[in-house]
Design a protein around this ligand. Structure first.
Ligand code: FMN
Length: 215
């Protein structure tokens, strides 16, 4: 597999510089992600971007809620107990993260989550309420398109549950209809250099465990 392949190079970035992202570039990334395939070209996604003063306001409220251990919830069903196959990977993710960044690193990671990774912009993605699994599939492709497009344009990203676990702080700042559920948030920005939280690369399961080919 060639190394210049952006699918192999992208990884989550959880530490950003304070450099702002040009609004036209943010629009271009969403425009490119719109090329994602979808069921009957239904394009069930919508995107909302917070940056500048709006994001500072959301970040402040979010950090306060985390500090107060305010109970969180999401507008779509979160994983409620993993089945064995993903469960093993989740356990591995925890171990691997600690091995790579150490115990202090884990504290830093948790702290970075609380301040929304100090990202200069956040992209929120919504889906029509009570959508089918196919729409979830389509919107996942749209989200991944955002990550890859951002990488192509020299930006780092992290999709994070953390970002959308207090939906009211998002709805307070945007006009999001009751017909939509907030599905995912993606922090985006210019990665800091050489810091563990911006360089962390996670492994993947052995291909043979997830693939069957019959000839
Ligand atoms: C749906 C989803 C939710 C996630 N939530 C978080 C989160 O709340 N905090 C975080 O630091 N990373 C979060 N991540 C990032 C994953 O931990 C990361 O994608 C995974 O470990 C693989 O690493 P990589 O993206 O660097 O390849 C999330 C990723 C996805 C797709």
């Amino acid at each position: 597999m060639e190394r210049s392949n952006i699918l192999l190079q992208r990884h989550s970035v959880r530490d950003f510089t304070d450099k702002e992202i040009n609004i036209d570039l943010l629009k271009q990334i969403i425009f490119e992600a719109q090329r994602a395939p979808s069921y009957e070209n239904s394009q069930p996604w919508k995107a909302y971007i917070a940056t500048g003063k709006t994001l500072e306001s959301i970040r402040k409220v979010h950090a306060e809620k985390v500090a107060n251990r305010q109970k969180s919830w999401t507008e779509v069903t979160p994983p409620l107990g993993w089945k064995e196959h993903p469960k093993n990977n989740v356990a591995n993710y925890m171990k691997e993260t600690e091995n790579l960044i150490g115990e202090n690193g884990i504290q830093d990671l948790v702290a970075q989550n609380a301040v929304l990774f100090n990202a200069p912009a956040i992209i929120y993605i919504t889906m029509p309420k009570d959508s089918s699994h196919y729409s979830a599939y389509d919107i996942g492709a749209f989200g991944y398109g955002i990550l890859l497009s951002a990488y192509h344009h020299g930006l780092g990203t992290v999709p994070a549950y953390e970002i959308i676990r207090y939906p009211e702080e998002i709805r307070d700042h945007f006009d999001i209809s009751d017909e939509e559920s907030i599905l995912m948030g993606i922090a985006i920005g210019y990665p800091t250099e050489g810091k563990p939280l911006s360089t962390l690369v996670m492994s993947r399961e052995n291909l043979d465990n997830i693939l069957q080919i019959k000839e």
